[in-house]
Design a protein around this ligand. Structure first.
Ligand SMILES: NC(=O)c1ccc[n+]([C@@H]2O[C@H](COP(=O)([O-])OP(=O)(O)OC[C@H]3O[C@@H](n4cnc5c(N)ncnc54)[C@H](OP(=O)(O)O)[C@@H]3O)[C@@H](O)[C@H]2O)c1
Length: 340
């Protein structure tokens, strides 16, 4: 079986990671590779360091007609949300399946989307149709999806760590998520705020109370808009990786054995999720440049609170490798194909 795949946004960080995996995927034929407003035309082997020596389509500027002419079975959108919001409806209208790495289709409410993203979707009906897919937690709907909303990088780290143990969390006691991301999370942009001198040896929090990923986490965890949930993003002076530390109050009776059993039930047969024994906590260096998520937790001595820690690579499990896990499931392949 060979899936014809096109990528829009190939000149960006996530697009480069996608191509690097797709180029060695045994069931993928790269059909078309597209840049954006830069109008770049780039030979395949020079687009990403890992593509040296590999053969593939030359990157050409995006146009809808050119993408359709590439005859794709599926198109990855590694583009800003504003671009995905315009491009996805056209592709779906023409019968092409879409995996969107942006936030354009992750929320179910058009009003919430407009509030957090600051613009209205051209086709809000797609929010209902879109399948939000943290692969390991997604059901059968992925196999028939025409539009997949690939989760955000921070939400992937939070949802994988919290969802299996939500039954033990006293939501009224508040949930606090501190996440620190490497700088590649902001994409290939260059500005003073992202310059070396502003970031190197520095560490700072940003967008508290107004980060676009917050409503996505509430939605994925089934939390009401007014529930006591704090998400604090931080910029870490490393290139890649997210480490998330989650503080929760436990319901009476919850203990390490029960939490370990819940994680085991959720992830026992999941190749890319590694749950540490209670008390051992994940580290960024163990997941960087891998498609894996590592999860660990400690229960505080009085047994009333737990601190849960997760680590992922923002450009892989937080974007490209999870998108390819989702593609594999959509097309009936083994979830780990091309990744393990
Ligand atoms: N970086 C991460 O860790 C990460 C993780 C999860 C999700 N995401 C999401 O993935 C998407 C891409 O992020 P990124 O970090 O890879 O961004 P990036 O490095 O800034 O790349 C953006 C890509 O979009 C293309 N583009 C921009 N405007 C376009 C247009 N009008 N038409 C077609 N293509 C256009 C750019 O092409 P040109 O070079 O030609 O301008 C470039 O290829 C974003 O929505 C981001 O939120 C990123």
């Amino acid at each position: 079986m060979s899936i014809r795949v096109s990528v829009i946004g190939a000149t960006g960080y996530s697009g480069g990671e996608l191509l690097s995996i797709l180029a060695r995927h045994p069931h993928v034929e790269l059909a078309g590779v597209f840049s954006g407003k830069s109008g770049k035309t780039v030979p395949f082997e020079t687009l990403h360091p890992s593509l040296g020596g590999k053969k593939g389509p030359t990157t050409v500027p995006y146009s809808h007609d050119a993408v359709i002419a590439s005859r794709p079975d599926v198109v990855f959108l590694a583009t800003p949300a504003e671009v995905s919001a315009e491009v996805a409806p056209l592709l779906i209208r023409d019968g092409v399946r879409v995996i969107d790495i942006s936030g354009a289709f992750r929320l179910k409410s058009a009003a919430e989307f407009q509030k957090w993203y600051g613009f209205a979707l051209p086709d809000p009906s797609l929010l209902e149709e879109a399948v939000y897919a943290v692969t390991e937690l997604c059901g059968r709907e992925l196999s028939s999806a025409s539009l997949v909303a690939n989760p955000g990088c921070y939400p992937t780290s939070v949802v994988l760590a919290l969802k299996p143990v939500m039954q033990f969390v006293d939501v009224a006691g508040g949930i606090i998520c501190d996440s620190a991301s490497g700088v590649s999370g902001a994409g290939r942009q260059s500005s003073e705020a992202y310059s070396f001198c502003e970031l190197a040896t520095n560490f700072k929090a940003y967008n508290i109370g107004r980060h676009k990923h917050e409503p996505e986490m509430r939605q994925a965890l089934g939390l009401a808009a007014d529930s006591d949930f704090v998400f604090a993003a931080h910029l870490l002076p490393v290139i890649r990786g997210i480490l998330t530390t989650i503080h929760v109050k436990l319901k009476p009776g919850a203990d390490a054995a029960a939490m370990t059993a819940a994680y085991g039930a959720a992830y026992r047969d999941k190749t890319f999720i590694r749950v540490h024994p209670a008390g051992k906590l994940p580290e960024l260096k163990d997941v960087a440049v891998t498609p894996r998520a590592d999860i660990g937790f400690s229960i505080l001595p009085d047994g009333k609170r737990a601190v849960i820690v997760s680590a992922i690579d923002n450009m892989l499990k937080g974007a490209a490798s999870q998108a390819i896990q989702n593609m594999n499931v959509m097309f009936g392949l083994k979830e780990t194909e091309g990744l393990a």
